[in-house]
Design a protein around this ligand. Structure first.
Ligand SMILES: N[C@@H](CCC(=O)N[C@@H](CS)C(=O)NCC(=O)O)C(=O)O
Length: 217
């Protein structure tokens, strides 16, 4: 399978899932500013939304949206046990993926990290993030993972919470969430994904800075 990714973006969750499953994949880097891929393609031809992640299956089908991509990869490696199969447990998995996607990723972290977001939008997002983070803290107080065992929902949540290194979310206010993030970062698959994507992220940032300096004034 091919994973279109951008360094340290939400697509890192799927890289973590591949590593947790001990599976091979081809990782194709996307510069979401220029919409060029590392193999020289206009990314909008792959995803008209211009967003990562996109997965190309072994049969050549393109799948986008974290919610779908994460579960597709988990289901491709059932022995890794990264997505429960029972009806209720699968619903719980989807509940936590959807929570991460809507309440944290898009509603809170995107405005907080987007340099183009107005200050009012950032303040609103920060205020709105307090309740979901409190709910999450309560849930994680006496559990190691979102479900009974590590799942793709944890890969996604850890990826999004990792953005607190840059977003002004006072994570220390939610000690169970802070401890959870530390546990997830210590997992070999997550540590490996972060170690591989961090230098790519720094290189991308340096390239963008250099390009900005070259703009005519
Ligand atoms: N609804 C999409 C959102 C994905 C998303 O927000 N991707 C970000 C990176 S984390 C992106 O590609 N942003 C580039 C842009 O907005 O142009 C999903 O959940 O997969």
């Amino acid at each position: 399978m091919d994973l279109y990714f951008s360094p340290l973006a939400c697509s890192m969750a799927t890289r973590i899932v591949f590593y947790e499953a001990g599976a091979e994949a081809r990782f194709i880097e996307v510069d979401t500013h220029t919409q060029r891929t590392s193999d020289g393609v206009d990314f909008r031809a792959v995803n008209p939304l211009g967003m990562v992640p996109v997965l190309r299956t072994d049969e050549g089908a393109l799948i986008r949206e974290n919610v779908a991509v994460l579960q597709y990869v988990a289901d491709a490696y059932p022995d890794a046990g990264l997505a429960p199969r029972g009806r209720l447990e699968r619903a719980r998995l989807q509940q936590w993926i959807a929570f991460t996607n809507t309440e944290l990723h898009k509603a809170a972290f995107v405005p907080l990290l987007d340099p183009k977001a107005p200050e009012g939008a950032k303040a609103y997002a920060l205020e709105k993030s307090a309740r979901p983070l409190a709910v999450l803290d309560e849930h994680l107080r006496d559990r190691e993972f979102l479900l009974d065992a590590f799942s793709v929902a944890d890969a996604y949540l850890a990826t999004i919470l990792n953005w607190t290194v840059a977003a002004p979310v006072p994570l220390a206010q939610w000690p169970a969430v802070s401890a959870y993030l530390a546990r997830m970062r210590a997992r070999p698959a997550t540590a490996r994904a972060m170690a591989e994507e961090t230098p790519l992220y720094l290189r991308e940032q340096a390239r963008r800075k250099a390009e900005a300096r070259q703009l005519p004034v």
